[in-house]
Every structure is written in C-alpha cells, then in structure tokens.
Ligand binder design. Structure first.
Ligand code: BJW
Ligand code: ZN
Length: 256
C-alpha cells in the first residue's frame, strides 16, 4: 500500500532525483556490495579488494575480481526497476539519475545522462599515468576464466591498467558529485533505491534533499525504521515497488 501523500507528491513533482545503489541491480543477478560473496570469490572481502592498496599489493587478484564482475554485468539484463526509472523520466518534467553503481544497466534500460558517482567497470585507466585506453582492444568481452588475471599494460607508459571505479580513500569525480549535490538540493522529490546508505560522501545525497525540503522515499526490502516527516519507505524489491509506484501515479506503462 503506497501512502497517498507520497502519490500526491510524485504527481506534483517537477524535478525528481533518483539515487540508486547496488540493490537496483540485484534482480539482474548482480550481487550487492555487502552480500557475502559467492563462488570463485567467496574467500575474499569485497571492501578490502576495493582499495588502491589492494591493487598495489596484488594487481592480478584485484583485476581478476573486477573482470569477473564485469563479465557478470555483460551477461546481465536490466530488470523492471531499471526500466521503471527510465519510464519515470518520461512522466516527470525533469529527472536526475544519480547512481553509485559501476554497471551500465541504467543506460541499457534507456536512461540518459546518468551520473556515476563511483565510476564504471567498463572504463579502465592507467594506474600510473591515468590515460584511458581504447577499450575495444584491451577489454575482451568473453570471460577469460581463472581467478587471477594480469592487468593489461598502458599503451602510453606501460603502466598497469586499473578498473575505472572509485575505491575507498579516493575522491569521487568532482563534477559528478557537485551535480548530484546540486540536484538533491533543488529537487521536489528524491527516490533512494537499493542502497545501504553506508558509503560517504554519496550517502549524503538523500539527506541533502530532505534538508532542502524535498519529499524522500526509500525503496528497499530492508527499510530503516526511524522516519521523519516527508520521508517514506516502500518495503520490498525495487523491481516490484518502482513499477507499482509509477503505475499508481501515472497509470499504465508508457512504451520506451
Ligand atoms: C535491494 C534489493 C532489491 C537488496 N531492491 N534494494 C565519513 C564518515 C565515515 C567514513 C567516511 C566518511 N567520508 C569518507 C569516508 C570513507 C569512505 C566511507 O564512506 N567509508 C564507509 C564504509 C564508512 N569513503 C570513501 O573512501 C570515499 N572517498 C572519499 O570520501 O574521499 C575523500 C576521503 C579520502 C580519504 C579519507 C577521507 C575522505 C570513496 C568511496 C568509494 C566507494 N566505492 C565503492 C566501490 C566501487 C567499486 C566497486 O564496485 O568495487 O562503491 S564501495 C561500494 O559501496 C560501492 C557502492 O557504490 C557503495 C555503496 O553501496 P550500496 O550501493 O549502498 O550497496 P550495499 O551492498 O551496501 O547495499 C545494497 C542495498 O540494497 C541494501 O540496503 C539491500 O537491503 C538493498 N537491496 N536487494 C532494492 N531487490
Ligand atoms: Zn599509462
């Protein structure tokens, strides 16, 4: 049951921000960041692999882990949550999509101008000089198998390539972060979907919107219990809750 004040707020909203996290891709078969890792990587702790120190210590281990994840994304398809967000953009006057995800499933669902706060699995760069390679040559689309994989070398300086993601202790892309913060502070309604809200500074985004007066809704099967005024929780999987919300406010789906 979706509360009427939330339905009214979405109906009236001129600028909606969608802030997404790993949970939005869970129904596409992509493990969330804080799930216990399965299969090949069950012995490893994701948080300790997502650091520059880990890459320096064992580049083949870290590169192999990211290649395994990139392959999973290439084999995955956008799910109803990604599709609902792309559809929502066709119903509201202005929508800003800010994601912490490093996959491209929002884009493949039809969303445009996606703000990626934590970079992308699909845009490696040199760990030494920072140059990005021609990805079509260096990034094979077929799984290579095996746990460890030596990173390819940079054509400019022979340094090792690293995944184009933001690791712990690294700065987020300045323009992306500034745009996300500005959108949060000027929107009427923010939908936070599939995120634990544990990783900063990205986790500040919903709070910024709320403090600026926006209605905030959290979509998560495990909602937090304490709520403020103008704050709602839709408890359930994003692929179920987001299509329901859009259907209740705007009627039947609009074909993309
Ligand atoms: C569903 C669902 C379904 C399931 N439907 N939902 C202030 C205070 C404390 C610490 C810090 C601070 N400021 C900075 C820090 C340090 C650090 C940090 O935040 N640490 C915390 C862990 C404590 N931050 C940084 O280091 C950042 N850099 C920085 O601040 O630079 C300046 C600086 C440097 C040095 C010192 C101080 C400042 C960089 C953060 C980069 C994060 N990068 C990662 C990895 C990216 C690459 C990769 O993918 O490997 O980004 S970490 C990881 O977490 C990934 C995610 O984008 C991010 C957020 O995770 P997310 O999306 O929320 O996923 P989960 O798994 O946590 O949650 C999934 C949710 O989905 C759950 O709630 C489920 O219930 C739900 N769910 N199924 C809907 N079907
Ligand atoms: Zn280089």
């Amino acid at each position: 049951m979706i509360p009427d004040p939330l339905l009214d707020a979405l109906h009236r909203a001129r600028h909606v921000v969608v802030f997404s996290g790993a949970g939005v891709s869970a129904e596409s078969g992509i493990p969330t960041f804080r799930d216990s890792l399965t299969g090949l990587w069950e012995r490893f702790d994701a948080a300790s692999l997502a650091t520059p120190e880990a890459f320096r210590a064992d580049p083949a281990l870290v590169w192999g882990w990211y290649e395994w994840r990139r392959m999973k994304v290439l084999q995955a398809q956008p799910n109803p949550a990604h599709m609902a967000i792309a559809e929502l953009a066709r119903h509201v006057p202005h929508l800003t999509l800010v994601t912490q995800n490093v996959d491209d499933l929002h884009e493949r669902a039809g969303s445009t101008d996606v703000i990626h706060l934590h970079g992308s699995l699909h845009q490696p760069r040199c760990f030494n000089c920072g140059k990005s390679p021609d990805t079509s040559r260096t990034m094979p689309d077929e799984p290579e198998g095996g746990r460890r994989l030596e990173p390819p070398r940079c054509a400019a300086c022979s340094g090792q390539l690293r995944p184009g993601v933001v690791w712990f202790g690294e700065s987020l892309p300045t323009e992306a972060l500034n745009t996300a913060f500005a959108a949060a502070q000027s929107c009427d309604l923010l939908i936070s979907v599939g995120t634990s809200g544990m990783v900063y500074p990205a986790a500040e985004v919903p709070g910024l919107a709320w403090h600026a007066g926006a209605v905030v809704v959290h979509v998560n099967p495990q909602p937090q219990t304490d709520r403020s005024e103008r704050e709602f929780a839709l408890a359930g999987p994003a692929g179920e809750q987001l299509p329901l919300l859009i259907r209740q406010v705007f009627g039947q789906a609009t074909p993309g």
